[in-house]
Design a protein around this ligand. Sequence first.
Ligand SMILES: Cc1cc2nc3c(=O)[nH]c(=O)nc-3n(C[C@H](O)[C@H](O)[C@H](O)COP(=O)(O)OP(=O)(O)OC[C@H]3O[C@@H](n4cnc5c(N)ncnc54)[C@H](O)[C@@H]3O)c2cc1C
Length: 349
Amino acid sequence: MFRTRTILRCQRQLSRAYATAAPPHALVFLEHRQGVIDSGSLSALTAAEQLGGQVSALIIGGKDHVQDVVHTAKKLKGVTSVLHSSSPQYVHPLPETLSPLLESLLSKSSSFTHVVSATSSLAKSVLPRVAAKLDVPAISEVTSLSHDKASNSTTFTRPIYAGNAIATVRAPASIPVKFFTVRSTAFSPAQLQEGAEAEVVAVNPVQVNDPVTEHIKTTIAKSDRPDLGVATRVVSGGRALKNAETFEATLYPLADVLGAAVGASRAAVDAGYADNSLQVGQTGKVVAPELYMALGISGAIQHLAGMKDSKLIVAVNKDPDAPIFQVADVGLVADLFQVVPELVKKLKT
Ligand SMILES: Cc1cc2nc3c(=O)[nH]c(=O)nc-3n(C[C@H](O)[C@H](O)[C@H](O)COP(=O)(O)OP(=O)(O)OC[C@H]3O[C@@H](n4cnc5c(N)ncnc54)[C@H](O)[C@@H]3O)c2cc1C
């Protein structure tokens, strides 16, 4: 692991004039599903609070769900105001319909100094779009930050090269609005705070006529198991599991007895053993559970990028030289088809 240092500079003249020493005021985009705030957005709130200034939460959606989310958001620790906007166009928000609203909120008179979000697929599209319109950079997958009020600069760390290096990136005062997405495993989710009651402000939606994209349908993989992204225990399988039937027959009993979510390597997903949504790694989900079990997974760097921050890593692999053993806290050189059923039996007694 090595560290690199990069200074971001805004090369072109900024069109907007801002007070250089404006106190931090973060606008945090809160995503929710059916009225429940996503855990990643709660982590984004914690990151925003660490800037040491005001934190405004932005909630969009259809009327019914927005009211529920506002009710929760105004009681969250660190939130100083809640902005909400309802429109049929925000029920299934698309980058094309959300960006104009953000742009209008960041108009000349706004006091926002930072725009923050979880690293979600929506935010990864929206934040760079709006940042580009303002001619400022957007920083992704932030794992820590500090804001220096005197110089009005914010310093971030973010993993690069599949997590093999950490870049330290500074956004100086010349960048009037600093956009960043947050790696949720690096910040604990904001909690409800007794007595907290943030100011609530309704914002007019910005109607987009004839948007270039349209929401057709959302297909959500249904599972009775814990959600992989937030589970405290994860049991993951790799190519060694042979096929979808063996994957299920071997891993699911262990996951059931542990109350764990199921994950998979990309090789297992590509071979059709497991659904795409279960992939852990650089191009899959990033998880950091209390317990991560890697069964028949070699430990390629792209897989490690998604799980190496787990608190306790247990690996079972036939090959004593498998790279997974370099990050494992507990390693067993063995055939998983013998070990896993034995383990399930012992855990059940
Ligand atoms: C741009 C890019 C992005 C990528 N993103 C990801 C990603 O997000 N996630 C990801 O996982 N990969 C990703 N990959 C792929 C990655 O490089 C590896 O190919 C992949 O992780 C390998 O999966 P695996 O460990 O299951 O398979 P293998 O590398 O084939 O390893 C199988 C392991 O199982 C062990 N084994 C075999 N039989 C048994 C047995 N009976 N008992 C115990 N152990 C056994 C073997 O010793 C071996 O170590 C990416 C690659 C690229 C190029």
